[in-house]
Design a protein around this ligand. Structure first.
Ligand SMILES: CC(C)(COP(=O)(O)OP(=O)(O)OC[C@H]1O[C@@H](n2cnc3c(N)ncnc32)[C@H](O)[C@@H]1OP(=O)(O)O)[C@@H](O)C(=O)NCCC(=O)NCCS
Length: 196
């Protein structure tokens, strides 16, 4: 059995986006990330899980993410906000992932995954900040295009349009809602410009 000691969580004076670069850091924030994932699935977002999502299953997902981080293709970012209690760790209000496609023919492209904002902190620009951060990160990596898909009937559709993404198609019955009903998915792309 491998025992991974959890890294102490840093304190922040103001809301901050950080990149999680090690498995230990994912595990240090796992409780907040799991709560966020449970909230989003259990309110009805189609993001890969059926409801009700248990804390154990959410933890298992983030443990799997922790094991992928060292391979270097999956990049994880979290939006942290300081809590009022002096010794409490910051709250995880949002998260996003960027997946580099490790195929020689797809090196110009990366995919956005699991953009999640806690329901009580929505419509305050957190998703916008996370998306801008990741777009800049991808540009600095030399990526020229980002892609993503989202449930066609979701709030995220309007958000991606507002953030300048180009809608290129919808696939009927592509996935399911957390209650098991099939849902359509819409695919988006965004050009980042040629890397020099
Ligand atoms: C979709 C989601 C990430 C938006 O997060 P958010 O922090 O509330 O979004 P922001 O406040 O940054 O909004 C960004 C833009 O999208 C728009 N927007 C956000 N939610 C919207 C909604 N429900 N309806 C219409 N527009 C919306 C905002 O108006 C804003 O545009 P503006 O700045 O021009 O006004 C959040 O609702 C969420 O986590 N949903 C559940 C998980 C999910 O579906 N994720 C996407 C998976 S692909």
């Amino acid at each position: 059995m491998t025992i991974i000691l959890s890294t102490p969580v840093a304190r922040y004076e103001e809301p901050t986006i950080i990149q999680i670069k090690t498995s230990e850091e994912v595990l240090a924030h796992r409780q907040g990330l799991s709560t966020l994932l449970q909230e989003c699935v259990n309110e009805g977002s189609s993001i890969g899980f059926l409801a009700p999502l248990s804390a154990d299953d959410a933890n298992e997902y983030w443990t799997a993410v922790a094991s992928l981080i060292p391979q270097g293709n999956l990049h994880l970012f979290i939006f942290l906000s300081p809590t009022a209690e002096p010794n409490a760790p910051p709250s995880v209000l949002g998260t996003i992932q960027l997946l580099s496609i490790p195929k020689a023919t797809h090196l110009h492209r990366a995919e956005i995954l699991k953009l999640l904002v806690t329901p009580s902190a929505r419509r305050r620009g957190i998703a916008r900040r996370l998306m801008e951060y990741v777009e800049n990160f991808a540009r600095e990596m030399g990526k020229e295009m980002l892609t993503l898909d989202t449930a066609t009937e979701s709030a995220a559709m309007e958000m991606y349009r507002r953030l300048g993404w180009e809608e290129w198609g919808t696939c009927r019955d592509y996935a399911s809602w957390p209650d098991g009903r099939r849902c359509d998915a819409t695919f988006f792309r965004k050009d980042l410009g040629k890397s020099s």
